[in-house]
Unconditional design. Structure first.
Lengths: 360, 417
């Protein structure tokens, strides 16, 4: 019976060669292999986001008059609504954390090298999309803190010369943060960004499968002289079980965080109220938020905020083109590692400064 | 009283001064000292200021100057540059020439009042001044002479935040008051009152100051029979209850000044449930002993007040715990709000001096507090269920993780790739 069903299915959905390829697929196994799992954890959290986001969509209403009340309804009246919303919010935070860990592990282990340049580029765009998901989702509960944080956040775009004001109007759907902004960011959050992200995730995974996992140069050097001695394990079941372990641990952490530290809703946004004290964006934007506060009003006669935004934009562009810019030599790798450490230290320092008070 | 007044006041007014001056930091103090030094240097070299210069400078910012009046409007007998100050007894009539003239005043403000001089003549200040006692206050003592501002201007000495200090310049000065056989304590007593706290700490400019109870231009101490009417201007509900209560006739017969018997006059303390009862410190115990029907009423009222207060506190603490646990308890908060409103109403109903209306409201408050507590209990119950559920789920997940771990460990060594 089972054999007949399999044959029936195989005739209509021919996947035997794919399964066979997975059976024979092998994954490098060395002292750094633990970092391989962060990509899978990020993908797992993306799946959680899609699932919980779809559930929230059943009740959420994207308008200034109903958004806050609908989220309030979700967390107070809908069975397990509090858990779904809390998991969605915590999962987004963990997803950013895992994606950043994945990015820096790829950077420090030099996994962006030829022929994986496009895997790096798609991965970095996916990280930027994850941040965009965070930014667009932050306003959706329409509470006081998110309202004013979005106002501050979208204001930054105004410092781009020439198109700045147009960009702000595009992001806000008007001159100020209003119900139109909420509807617009909702559209980005649930339709446009997921469509792009899903396509890019597919491409990213395809590239990962085609190229296989990268082996760090140091591990390659250790195995030099005896090709083929880098140890590897079968994808099925050795690697997939380890992946499952990481996913389960992530799920346990997510459930504990969501239950013990549920996301607060705060008070409803009032556009006419004065900005409350302690406005701050999500933790992953804190470093940029704090850095902008320390930038002088003018630098060499140029608007300071513009210079800062230009530097950050150049940094992002350089990061995108990183595989093409870094010389594939031990010195080039060493310089890149130090640059990565410096970037991490800067972001960590600025975040710590913002959390401990920071500039007024 | 004379035109020159001491700039010092009673110690409690330091709070008022601090609230007006704002908090001075060390840096601002240093800047102030530097600024003062620079000012002194300039002043040494500057031409000595005559009283006429000072008056002219102050008049530039005067409401009369803004209306187009000049020096000769008041200094009617002077010649340019040599104006004599009007006699203190003639200041009020001088001001009244315009301020009692409806047709004239209407040109500046169609709704302006013109009865100030009439009221002043009925005031203690006005009557003594008319009798030739020039040390009492006249218009310029409170409003100033050359820098007169509207009452609505916060810089005016009679603006709500400033008026008590203006009165205290004389009424808080023991030397001045001794000459009239009066105590200089009222301003300090007021500064320690619930009314002062409302004005100075909460910034409620509708809180009563001296003029609210004594009148401004017609300032005079309210008589025994007038006190309740004065308090009733704000405390309407309490006054209505008191007038309908048996206490009214008793106090009238005793010649007691109603509200003041329990609340005193200037140093009116914040209301507290502890003031009701027969124990030490309670105002009821000043007249009542622990016997008779009235003692039963007092005890019952106090008991209900305490029960309500405890129920509200308990429910509040429980709801706060539920909120800290991340549970929304909006319905509980609404019920607690209702309980608090009933608590306020029941405290007002103490002035009925009877059990009946009070107990009904107190019971309603207790019911609302009970509903708030039930909402808190339900939220905490749900929280406990969640924790238990999470504990079970975590155990299952940990079991699964352990199984995975052992499965991975027991996997056969992979063949070399």
């Amino acid at each position: 019976m089972g054999a007949r069903a399999r044959a029936w299915l195989e005739e209509r959905v021919p996947l035997a060669d794919v399964v066979d390829a997975l059976r024979h697929k092998r994954v490098p196994h060395h002292r750094y292999s633990v970092w391989y799992y962060f990509g899978g954890m990020t993908l797992f959290l993306f799946g959680i986001q899609v699932g919980t986001g779809a559930l929230l969509l059943l009740y959420y209403r994207p308008s200034a008059t109903e958004a806050y009340e609908s989220v309030q309804f979700i967390v107070t009246r809908v069975p397990f609504g509090w858990l779904v919303r809390s998991i969605h919010a915590w999962s987004s935070n963990l997803m950013v954390g895992c994606a950043v860990a994945h990015l820096f592990s790829v950077l420090f282990l030099h996994a962006y090298r030829r022929p994986r340049e496009l895997t790096w580029v798609t991965g970095l765009i996916l990280l930027l999309l994850t941040l965009a998901f965070g930014f667009t989702g932050y306003l959706l509960p329409w509470n006081q803190i998110s309202f004013f944080a979005t106002r501050v956040g979208t204001d930054i775009a105004a410092s781009v010369p020439g198109v700045g004001h147009g960009l702000v109007r595009f992001l806000r759907g008007g001159n100020d943060v209003t119900g139109a902004t909420l509807t617009r960011l909702f559209g980005f959050h649930v339709a446009i960004l997921p469509a792009i992200a899903t396509a890019l995730v597919g491409l990213h995974l395809l590239l990962v499968q085609r190229h296989g996992m990268s082996v760090p140069p140091s591990v390659e050097r250790d195995a030099a002289g005896s090709p083929g001695t880098v140890r590897s394990i079968p994808f099925l079941p050795h690697f997939i079980l380890r992946d499952l372990f990481a996913w389960t641990a992530t799920l346990a952490a997510l459930a504990a965080l969501s239950t013990f530290y549920p996301q607060e809703l705060g008070i409803k946004a009032d556009p006419f109220a004065p900005a409350p004290a302690g406005i701050r964006p999500e933790w992953y934007f804190l470093w940029a938020f704090e850095a902008l506060k320390h930038v002088p009003a003018t630098i060499a006669g140029i608007n300071g905020e513009f210079v800062a935004v230009a530097v950050m934009g150049t940094g992002a562009a350089a990061a995108l083109a990183l595989p093409f810019l870094v010389p594939q030599t031990p010195t080039g790798h060493r310089v890149l590692v130090w640059l990565g450490v410096a970037a991490l230290a800067f972001m960590g320092g600025m975040t710590a400064l913002a959390l401990t008070g920071g500039a007024p | 009283m004379t035109g020159t007044v001491r700039r010092t006041g009673p110690a409690p007014f330091d709070m008022l001064r601090a609230s007006r001056a704002g908090r001075g930091t060390t840096r601002t103090r240093r800047v102030s000292v530097l600024a003062a030094a620079v000012f002194v240097l300039f002043a040494v070299h500057a031409r000595a200021q005559t009283p006429a210069d000072t008056a002219a400078a102050a008049f530039k910012d005067d409401v009369h100057a803004a209306a187009g009046l000049t020096c000769v409007a008041c200094h009617t007998s002077g010649v340019a540059g040599a104006y004599a100050a009007p006699a203190r007894t003639s200041v009020a009539p001088l001001c009244a020439r315009c301020h009692s003239d409806a047709a004239f005043m209407r040109r500046f403000d169609p709704q302006v009042r013109i009865d100030q001089f009439l009221q002043y003549q009925t005031s203690t200040h006005g009557r003594r001044m008319a009798a030739g006692e020039t040390r009492v206050a006249t218009c310029t003592d409170c409003h100033s002479a050359h820098g007169v501002r509207r009452v609505t201007d916060p810089r005016s000495p009679v603006a709500p935040l400033n008026v008590t200090m203006t009165c205290a310049r004389c009424h808080g000065d023991p030397v001045r008051m001794k000459a009239f056989g009066r105590e200089a304590t009222p301003p300090a007593d007021w500064a320690a009152s619930v009314h002062a706290a409302a004005l100075l700490k909460r910034g409620d400019t509708s809180a009563p100051t001296c003029a609210a109870c004594h009148g401004s231009h017609g300032a005079t101490p309210p008589g025994v029979t007038a006190v309740a009417n004065v308090c009733a201007q704000c405390h309407l509900r309490e006054a209505e209850l008191f007038r309908a209560s048996p206490k009214k006739a008793i106090f009238d017969a005793l010649g007691e000044a109603e509200c003041l018997v329990c609340h005193r006059n200037h140093r009116i303390e914040p209301p507290s449930d502890a003031r009701v009862g027969l124990q030490a410190g309670a105002v009821c115990a000043d007249c009542h002993d622990d016997s008779g029907e009235s003692a039963m009423t007092i005890k019952q009222v106090r008991l209900d007040l305490d029960r309500l207060s405890a129920a509200v506190s308990d429910a509040d603490a429980l709801l706060a715990r539920a909120e800290q646990a991340g549970r929304p308890v909006d319905e509980g908060r609404l019920a607690l709000q209702a309980a608090r409103e009933h608590q306020v109403q029941s405290r007002a109903l103490v002035h009925a001096f009877a059990v009946a209306p009070f107990s009904k409201t107190a019971e309603e408050g207790l019911g609302a507090a009970r509903r708030a507590r039930e909402a808190g209990d339900a939220a905490m119950r749900e929280w406990r269920v969640r924790r238990t559920g999470l504990g079970v789920a975590t155990l299952l997940v940990l079991g699964f993780l352990a199984t995975l771990w052992f499965t991975i460990r027991r996997l056969p060594d992979p063949p070399p790739g």
